[in-house]
Design a protein around this ligand. Structure first.
Ligand code: PRP
Length: 212
C-alpha cells in the first residue's frame, strides 16, 4: 500500500488535527512528542506518513505533491494562493483576518490618503486595500510581532489575524475592519485526489461525519 502523506502546520493546528484524526481511527502518537527531533512519523499499519512544517510551507508541499494532504489555516491558503483542492473546513483554530491599528487610524483610513500597512500577509493586505477598499497603500512585509509596527511608527495600520484580541488590547490597538474569518482547512494535492481517490474520499467522508 502506498503511504498517504499528511503535512501538518506546526503547533496548535497539528495537535488538534491529531485529536480529530484519532476520532476516525488514524493515529500516530509520536507526532505530538515534543522531545523528538524526528521530522517524519509513520503509522505503517494504516499506511500514513505525517510531517510537521511551518504553516507557510504546508501549501507548497501539497501543491508539489510532496504531501498528498495538508492541514493549514485559511489565512495561509489565501496568502499563498497555491493550486490545491480545499476539501474540508475543520472548524478549528478560528480567528479573523483584520485591519487593526490605533483608534486614530479610523479617520486616516477614510481620508483617502496613502496609508502604510504592515503585515505578515502582504498579498491579503494588497488584495484587500486595492480591490475591496480601492485605496492606495504601501505594504510593508514583516515576519512577526506585527502589532509593534503602528506603535513605533513604522506603519499606520496592520493586517493580521486576531484570535482573542488580547494582543491588540494590551498594546492599545483595536480592530478597525474585518477582512475575512479564518479556520483550519484540509487541502489535497490535485493529482493525489485522482490517484488515491478512494482512500482520500473515505477520509473526507468520515471527517465530515464527525464534524457535522
Ligand atoms: C498571532 C497574530 C497576533 C496574535 C493574535 O501571532 O499575529 O499577533 O497571534 O492573537 P490574539 O488575538 O489571541 O492576541 P503569533 O502568536 O502567531 O506570533 P507572531 O506575532 O510572532 O507571528
Amino acid at each position: 500500500m502506498k503511504y498517504l502523506t499528511i503535512a501538518l502546520a506546526k503547533g496548535r493546528v497539528a495537535k488538534k488535527t491529531m485529536e480529530l484524526l484519532a476520532q476516525i481511527g488514524i493515529t500516530c502518537d509520536e507526532v505530538n512528542d515534543k522531545d523528538t527531533r524526528k521530522l517524519i512519523f509513520k503509522n505503517e499499519e494504516l499506511g500514513f506518513k505525517f510531517f510537521l512544517a511551518k504553516a507557510d510551507d504546508v501549501p507548497t508541499y501539497v501543491e508539489y505533491g510532496a504531501a498528498d494532504i495538508g492541514i493549514v489555516g485559511k489565512d495561509t491558503l489565501l496568502e499563498n494562493g497555491r493550486k490545491l483542492y480545499e476539501v474540508i473546513d475543520l472548524n478549528m483554530a478560528k480567528c479573523r483576518m483584520c485591519v487593526a491599528g490605533p483608534e486614530s487610524a479610523r479617520e486616516l483610513l477614510d481620508s483617502g490618503k496613502v496609508i502604510r500597512v504592515a503585515s505578515k500577509y502582504p498579498n491579503i493586505a494588497r488584495e484587500y486595500f486595492h480591490n475591496t477598499r480601492h485605496q492606495t497603500c504601501e505594504i510593508i512585509k514583516l515576519h512577526g510581532s506585527v502589532e509593534l509596527a503602528p506603535i513605533v511608527g513604522l506603519s499606520d495600520v496592520i493586517v493580521d489575524i486576531v484570535e482573542t484580541g488580547s494582543t491588540l488590547r494590551e498594546n492599545g490597538l483595536e480592530v478597525i475592519e474585518e477582512i475575512v474569518p479564518c479556520t483550519a482547512r484540509m487541502v489535497v494535492n490535485q493529482v493525489s485526489m485522482k490517484m488515491e481517490q478512494k482512500r482520500i474520499r473515505e477520509m473526507i467522508n468520515k471527517l465530515k461525519e464527525i464534524l457535522a
